[in-house]
Design a protein around this ligand. Structure first.
Ligand code: URA
Length: 264
């Protein structure tokens, strides 16, 4: 007998698959369904992370605002202290046009932390990340692999303030807020990161390639503490709403994440 929560999780998984246009249970490689089962080959592990690590943000000359951000982030010893430090940060004009600081939602310490781009209009109104249309899709996507912000998911963004008119964050803004993001990851201590969209991938991987080239594989992200986390870039839900055909790629990424959580 299933509990109502299990039935709800299955309904969410089905709704996501239907939204993706999945009508058959197929995988990219053909399956010999009649052959005797073989022991699965051990999944190849990525090479040691160290040689692949790039600096998270493009190197920039230090500015007073950058120094203020770095000092405030380094001094925060808890998530609450970090939220307060970000609210005190005066180095970005974005705070003047935003209604709320959007810090995070979900369960700190959850195994997976999702990092998006920046709050939109609804997020700015409510002070919570991913609560608009793309947030609803994000919730359905993660529910389909058993992750929910009420239980085992933690969500934040590269920028805590909505850029006016929802414009894309500039490289300078991404670099300015990066010390806060890295400290946030360190304090939230997830096992794995998901980078939703090109801005999050650019910020945390320091990568110049677009998201379609980066997605679908694990990348190392090095934290100020020296710890290295694994990050999976994937397509942003707002992009998926405009390009439903790409939901199949997002589904492949979610399966990769689920497999990793289940032990590879
Ligand atoms: N898009 C994002 O990247 N983040 C949000 O919080 C909402 C929309």
């Amino acid at each position: 007998m299933r509990t109502e929560a299990e039935a709800e999780a299955l309904r969410a998984a089905l709704a996501w698959q239907i939204a993706m246009g999945a009508e058959e249970a197929i995988l990219p490689a053909p399956q010999r369904r009649l052959a005797a089962p073989e022991a699965p080959a051990p999944a190849p592990r990525p090479p040691a992370a160290a040689p692949l690590i790039r600096p998270a943000a493009p190197a920039r000359p230090a500015t007073p605002a950058g120094e203020e951000a770095a000092a405030l982030a380094a001094g925060a010893e808890s998530l609450e202290a970090l939220r307060e430090a970000m609210a005190r940060f005066t180095g970005s004009p974005l705070r003047e046009t935003a209604t709320h600081l959007v810090f995070a939602d979900g369960v700190p310490g959850a195994p997976v932390m999702v990092i998006g781009e920046a709050p939109g209009a609804e997020e700015d109104r409510q002070g919570k990340p991913f609560v608009g249309a793309s947030g609803q899709l994000l919730d359905r996507m993660f529910a389909s692999i058993g992750l929910a912000r009420a239980e085992n998911l933690y969500i934040s963004n590269i920028l805590p303030f909505r850029p006016p008119g929802n414009r894309t964050p500039t490289d300078a803004e991404i670099a300015l807020f990066l010390p806060f993001v890295l400290r946030h990851v360190q304090l939230a201590a997830p096992r794995l990161l998901v980078l939703a969209g090109g801005v999050a991938a650019k910020g945390l991987l320091g990568a110049r390639e677009g998201i379609t080239r980066l997605r679908g594989r694990w990348h190392p992200v090095s934290l100020p503490s020296g710890k290295v986390l694994r990050a999976l870039p994937t397509l942003h839900p707002a992009y998926l709403l405009r390009n439903p055909i790409s939901k199949r790629d997002a589904w492949a990424d979610l399966l990769l994440l689920r497999r990793e959580l289940d032990g590879g």
